[in-house]
Design a protein around this ligand. Sequence first.
Ligand code: GLN
Length: 287
Amino acid sequence: MAEPESLAEALDWARQRIDPLEARVLLCHVAAISHATLRGFGERPLALDAWQRFEALVRRRAAGEPVAYLTGAREFYSRAFRVGNGVLIPRPETEQLVGAALDSVRGRDGIRVLDLGTGSGIVAITLALELGSRAASVVAVDRSATALGYASMNAGALGAAVDFRLGDWFAGLDDLSFDLIAANPPYVADSDPHLACGDLRFEPIQALAGGDDGLDAIRDIVAGAGARLSAGASLLIEHGHDQASEVRRMLAAAGFALVRSVRDLAGIERVTTGRWCVDGIRRRAVD
Ligand code: GLN
């Protein structure tokens, strides 16, 4: 289209092609203005270079690319994280994992935290910032160098001290042990049709797909966690909407006590947690 006269005209053009809210997000992004400015001053002109970038982003969104990749950012736990191709886009349900992790160590000091499959670093960085460096030291691993690049950039920008390590789950952790292990691993079944829909088509498959039943990564994590946990330590795993009872069974079978699942804001059992009580009485989860 010819260069629009105003922000409002550019927005109208975009709203015929993509979701209206997403059109606003992209326009505010290219024009470097707030939503309030766009709402209140729609008659203002849009610079030619900003219009050209906006037009290109709207066309890419219309072709399916995730908004978070187009703006390069997504909010998680009220902080802005950089994301892009090759790294999973933060999901709101992962805030449940962080909330449950914080609940499990509240009031304690000197906690050693491990985040497995950190991706853009949201879990490790949020735990480091929420707990503070006196209360916690945080290690985070991922086998994707691209993901770790984003994670280090995010930690730097947000002022979080996290020891990032490239590796497959527990490999590359030397002889470290932990008081809290949190993981948002790939857990979608390989054959799940959702992998071919929406934003997921553009995200790294290795961060999403977890084998035939989606539980391959969770099995590896449960099998390896005990050797890395101190007595009384917690393991917390995010999983799919229909995997809670199986993950509870796995944790109980591996010797974890106090096994339970936590629901997300949609009421779905999304995170399962257990305590490693090597010296204590092992209480089995009742399904
Ligand atoms: N919750 C994500 C989804 O279903 C999957 C994230 C993951 O596999 N860790 O889109």
